[in-house]
Design a protein around this ligand. Structure first.
Ligand code: LLP
Length: 404
């Protein structure tokens, strides 16, 4: 499921307890390299979407390997700085940045603010003026493209709250280019997540290219085009496009502008495969309808199955022989939506055995909660032979430490 380079998952589960997220630095580095290598005509700036997994140790691995970051909040700005991402490689996305968040970003000297509305642009100009700075601006284009993914993961349709349609985007560029406290630097577009076909990217890139041409006619020049994230992975039997094909689509679309820098904001692609969730079997239970493995990991640790009906691979880590049986792997949370996997064929497991849930490096811990007053899991980073406790397990008293 994941190669931990000789480090034993059972030993990690014993030493750090469960539920436990385990990340492989090697896999994250490998994905970053693969994405870069896919481009042959120009080197893209890969800005890791921190929201997929904001863990500092994992972020540091990508920052050291030269990645930039895509952030969406003041919290992510602080985390990106602590992980060592260079401010000059950080873009600030998000439809609702507060003026405090903008100020923090301006003081840090970020590469760009991806702006999504007129009022947001006005707030950014006001904040920059107050700080006597000039804000670098990208406008986020909404190309009205269907990424053909889960409805919750679609962002580039006209009905979505994100970005601006072409006419409104052009108007915003005109406004920005007249403002002394703003500096127009690029264009951004992010159409969705877990995208496995290329056509949506082709359409989005064409729309971005058309907008660039219109801007040039008005004398507005850009230094980069940011095509967002969204690169899909195979959780089960999806057949995602090859990275080289995607690179070709983008390189072709922007061929008329050889000086223009290409940016990408991948989250899932870089870290999903780099993580597993280790969980322990608490109880077995057989009803007239189903067999359940009740484990100590839950929707609070990995909410993707409950939220999106997402399928994650599950494997027995504790070696067990015998005929496989079909089970539902469920957590202790008091909701029927609390499952990690349904109808899986696993060897006969016993109480105390360890299971691994795969492809849990993206949108796992990042979306975890303390629902049912469950302290959040610990996170471990494996880098070669080195094992680092990247985040300690929350304690019961962490649950109410902020309450008065
Ligand atoms: N850039 C922007 C502006 C975004 O909104 C996102 C993700 C990304 C980049 C990174 O997208 P990625 O490369 O990871 O697909 N919780 C969901 C995914 C939500 C993605 C939200 N935006 C899930 O578990 O599938």
């Amino acid at each position: 499921m994941i190669d931990l380079g000789g480090v034993c998952a059972l030993t990690l589960a014993r030493r750090y307890g469960t539920p436990l997220f385990v990340y492989s630095a090697a896999v994250a580095r490998d994905r970053l390299e693969a994405l870069r290598r896919a481009f042959t005509r120009r080197e893209p700036l890969v800005c890791y979407a921190l929201k997929a997994n904001p863990n500092r140790a994992l972020g540091r691995v990508l920052a050291r390997a030269g990645a930039g970051a895509d952030i969406v909040s003041g919290g992510e700005l602080a985390r990106a700085a602590r992980a060592g991402f260079a401010p000059s490689k950080i873009v600030f996305s998000g439809v609702g940045k507060t003026e405090n968040e903008m100020a923090a970003g301006l003081r840090a000297g970020l590469l760009a603010f991806n702006v999504e509305s007129v009022e947001e642009l006005e707030a950014l100009a006001r904040t920059a003026k107050r700080l006597k700075l000039r804000a670098p601006v990208c406008v986020r284009l909404n190309p009205d493209v269907d990424p053909r993914t889960h409805p919750h993961l679609t962002t580039g349709r006209a009905r979505n709250k994100f970005g601006l349609e072409t006419a409104a985007a052009l108007a915003l560029y005109r406004k920005a280019s007249r403002d002394a406290h703003l500096r127009v630097v690029g264009i951004q577009c992010h159409i969705g997540s877990q995208i496995t076909t290329l056509d949506p990217y082709r359409l989005a890139a064409a729309s971005v290219a058309r907008t660039i041409r219109r801007l040039e006619e008005e004398g507005i020049r850009l230094s980069f085009a940011d095509l967002g994230g969204g690169i899909g992975i195979a959780y089960k039997d999806e057949k995602p496009f090859a990275l080289a094909s995607m690179a070709r689509v983008l390189e072709d679309a922007f061929a008329p502008w050889p000086q223009m820098r290409l940016l990408l904001e991948p989250g899932r692609y870089l870290v999903a495969d780099a993580g597993i969730l280790l969980t322990r079997v608490l109880y077995r239970k057989k009803t007239s309808m189903r067999r359940f493995l009740i484990v100590d990991g839950a929707m609070t640790d990995l909410p993707r199955p409950a939220l999106y009906g997402a399928w994650h691979p599950v494997e027995a880590v504790t070696p067990r022989r015998g005929r496989k049986i079909t089970v539902d792997v469920v957590g202790p949370v008091c909701e029927s939506g609390d499952f990690l996997a349904l109808g899986r064929s696993l060897p006969p497991m016993e109480r105390g055995d360890i299971l691994a849930v795969g492809k849990a490096g993206a949108y796992g811990f990042a979306m975890s909660s303390q629902y049912n007053s469950r302290p959040r899991a610990a996170e471990v980073l494996v880098d070669g032979r080195r094992v680092l406790l990247a985040r300690r397990r929350e304690r019961i008293k962490d649950l109410y430490a902020a309450e008065t």
